[in-house]
Design a protein around this ligand. Structure first.
Ligand code: AVJ
Ligand code: FE
Length: 439
């Protein structure tokens, strides 16, 4: 019955809220109070800012808007408004100290669970299908991934632990052809899809080849050894200028050793696994590698078609493997492991065309800018997406090992500045199909 459906949704929302919170608490309880208020990198907020910001967004949307309740604290909205203060400036703000921040998020959450009990989860667009709750869950999980990146930047002994990823396996092909056809990009029916994923619209994508796996550490090391960082031929003009300015010579967190490369990963210095997707490269490095390899980065429609289009039915799937939610056999998501998994580790997660690891492991840089789809409507606020359209951003797709499954659907869109390297981003290559190859 309909009521049973709503009750099921209510239970699911409560579980997702709880999962997100358990992760935020684990990421902030892992370090002491000094560490929580400190800035580990100019690129990041202090962890205690992320924690209270998550609570403040939850208060704004769920306590005040959906619940119509009195503010829990109206004096701190400005402190936790990301548009008011750049990350670099946040440590100097009169932030809630750790104990107060923890109390604040708990108080907000208690009210939210009460609001959830009373919300019809239908009718009003903000509440329909639990959208506002889903948006807040995804918001917290995205900040948790940001906090994970802060942990990676943090100096000192390891404080996070997880089992290693499953082993890799050889793939039958290095690349596959995605034949020319239009497909449905984006979604109009996914209840928790954010404004920038909407609406579904037909896009024609010409035939192209895409790699069956992301570029590995071994392949990337070959680019370095071949002098790729010293040859402007492979770099865009902007990319080369940035490479010179920032003195780039390897992915972030790689360390040159006497007999090869090491990396620092969440406080552990270790040999670099050759078959894992490369991570912590910026868009310019990804583009230079692709040029050196005689290839290019995929565009955003190409990536989404490779990830969703089912040629047997002509339908776009929710995930590469189908519509079933991600399990541990499908993809390396949810901070289950603290690194990407080697190529071939998720055969059950492959797309119909045989493209592997599109979801999970590493965000994939794409050669596309951030714009709204035709018919885009900002919802519920301009600052989630629209404020970034046309800015200096490149698209990222597919999520990383640090992305929660709740943001793992193949329509989910991420973006960042093309110079960013602290995020868990890698890439895969593509190329045009020649007329002879299509004959
Ligand atoms: C979509 C990951 C670029 O972290 O800036 C968090 C998500 N929006 N709070 C970001 C977001 C508001 C956003 N990204
Ligand atoms: Fe935020």
């Amino acid at each position: 019955t309909e009521t049973a459906g709503i009750e099921q949704l209510r239970t699911r929302v409560a579980e997702q809220l709880e999962r997100a919170r358990a992760r935020s608490i684990a990421l902030t309880d892992a370090v002491d109070d000094d560490d929580l208020v400190r800035q580990h990198s100019k690129l990041m907020s202090p962890l205690v800012w992320d924690l209270a910001h998550v609570g403040n967004q939850e208060e704004l949307w769920l306590v005040r808007d959906v619940g119509g309740r009195e503010p829990v604290r109206c004096d701190i909205d400005n402190l936790y408004d990301a548009f008011q203060h750049a990350r670099a400036d946040r440590p100097a703000l009169p932030l809630l100290p750790p104990a107060e921040a923890r109390r604040y998020v708990r108080e907000v959450r208690d009210k939210v669970l009460d609001v959830l009990e009373r919300s019809p989860l239908e009718g009003r667009r903000l509440e329909a299908g639990g959208f506002a709750f889903g948006m807040i869950v995804q918001h917290e999980q995205q900040h948790d991934e940001t906090m994970l990146a802060t942990h990676q930047l943090r100096a000192g002994a390891p404080v996070l632990h997880a089992p290693p990823p499953p082993p890799g396996r050889p793939l039958p092909a290095a690349e596959v052809l995605i034949p020319a056809a239009s497909f449905a990009m984006g979604t109009s029916i996914d209840a928790w899809a954010l404004d920038n994923e909407r609406p579904a619209h037909e896009v024609f994508v010409d035939a192209f080849f895409i790699d069956t796996a992301p570029v590995t550490n071994a392949a990337y090391a070959a680019f370095i050894e071949a002098g790729g960082y010293d040859d402007p031929r492979w770099w865009s003009e902007r990319g080369w200028a940035y490479r010179q300015h920032a003195n780039l010579s390897a992915p972030r967190f790689w360390l040159r050793a006497a007999d090869g490369w090491l990396r620092r990963r969440f406080g552990v210095v270790e040999p670099i696994p050759p078959d894992e997707p490369v991570v912590h490269v910026c868009f310019h490095e990804a583009q230079a590698y692709a040029a050196w390899a005689g290839r290019r980065l995929p565009t955003e429609p190409e990536w989404e078609k490779a990830a969703r289009f089912d040629p047997a039915t002509g339908r776009s799937r929710r995930y590469p493997w189908g519509d079933e939610d991600p399990g541990p056999e499908h993809a390396n998501l949810g901070q289950r492991h603290l690194s990407p998994a080697p190529v071939g580790a998720y055969p059950a997660g492959a797309s119909p065309a045989g493209v592997h690891q599109l979801v999970g492991d590493v965000w994939e840089w794409l050669d596309s800018d951030f714009h709204g789809y035709p018919g885009f409507e900002p919802f519920p606020y301009r600052e989630y997406s629209e404020a970034f359209f046309g800015g200096d951003y490149k698209m990222l797709r597919g999520g990383s090992f640090g992305t929660d499954p709740v943001a793992g659907r193949a329509t989910f869109r991420n973006w960042d500045h093309p110079i960013r390297r602290q995020i868990f981003a890698g890439f895969r290559c593509a190329r045009d199909a020649s007329p002879e190859e299509l004959a």
